[in-house]
Design a protein around this ligand. Sequence first.
Ligand code: ADP
Ligand code: ASP
Ligand code: MG
Length: 437
Amino acid sequence: MKVLKFGGTSVGTAKRIRDVAGLITERGKNIIVLSAMSGTTNTLVEIADYLYKKNVAGAKETVNKLQAKYEAVINELFDNEAFKARAREALSANFDFIRSRGKEIFTLFEEREILAQGELMSTALMALYLEETGVNVKMLPALDFMRTDKNAEPDSDYIRIKLTALLESVGDADLYLTQGYICRNAYGEIDNLQRGGSDYTASLIGAAIGAEEIQIWTDIDGMHNNDPRFVEGTKPVHRLHFEEAAELAYFGAKILHPTCVLPAKLNNIPVRLLNTMQPDAEGTLICNTVSKGGIKAVAAKDNITAIKIKSGRMLLAYGFLRKVFEIFENHRTSIDMIVTSEVGVSVTVDNERNLNHILDDLRKFGTVTVDRDMVIICVVGNLEWQNCGFEAAVVNALRDVPVRMISYGGSNYNISLLIRKEDKVRALRLLSENIFK
Ligand code: ADP
Ligand code: ASP
Ligand code: MG
């Protein structure tokens, strides 16, 4: 059995839902994970924002607009009037639920309940459409098996046990359907796996059932060698190692959510990235085998802050780095990049939540400088140090771009460079022009 996940754009219109229905029916008995229709989760976030601000009129207008959008989808999707009526009734319950929230108090709890409606609605529409076309589809409600623990990490044992039991109890089917992104937390409340988290759902399900393969279906033919939103002429990379994919996903390649990699890697389940609009395209296969090929792809991560600590105390001393890292640990902030010299250390972080506290503590050890609005450019491939030339190619491509930090050697798979935000697009283009000619 495989797990096939379809993202928001893949189910973003009535036509797309029909296309996906055809595609999944042809591929046999698998577990299908759906995101919300594109734009829906953003709209639900907007509704929650209105309710936080007690702007009931704003929330109401936005809910009505969203419902009208779904009404149009229902009219186009179904041929049969009875199915249209069933779909309308099913989705009315979701919209009534959204309207019922925020009447009195509005907290994170109500917000999460609202955010869960997108995936509940897309799967309800797909299930009814499959039924209309004569497919025996069985729903596996994510809220019945997907759960996080007290540390907000997925509870793999619970997920495996519950999902296995659920698959047995629903009985035989042509295919199984479930919601991405949504889950319950350790207290049984409705929660989610963070934005973009449907990829994580697919991977967790794949790991729970020991799937043959996890497929992430989206609007592009696999992981490209550069960010197609900023660079023209990018090309798909057909093979990646899990580590390479993890680096690219973490450092900005939006096609894959970074959390998706680990469950698949630990259980040695290949992940394939495929294009819903071009189902026969090869896409990208991510697995545990290293393929040759030097530099394979680049990605960029925004909103990075660099912090430099310069200290005479570091000279010939031991324990200095531990003290520095402890400060970040105490303030629950993870470090992305590190470079050290004999008299100083520079690190980067991707959020400034606790920055002021961190800086206060660091100042006890030396002079601290901060550079904001930076970007990490991540160059990925099979980059073992014995092979010559790849560092030179990267540095040469970026010879006219000011580089604040360079890091290589943490793994065999990546070189990271820290540059200014305003140089990002130019740097990505220069890397493509020079390296992927
Ligand atoms: P979905 O809604 O299916 O989860 P996403 O929008 O999350 O889709 O991811 C697909 C998008 O990722 C593509 O449309 C593309 O613009 C963007 N993207 C960014 N970097 C890359 C890359 N290196 N390769 C492919 N797509 C990328
Ligand atoms: N619908 C959610 C989002 O937009 C989850 C996902 O699409 O992966 O973030
Ligand atoms: Mg996505």
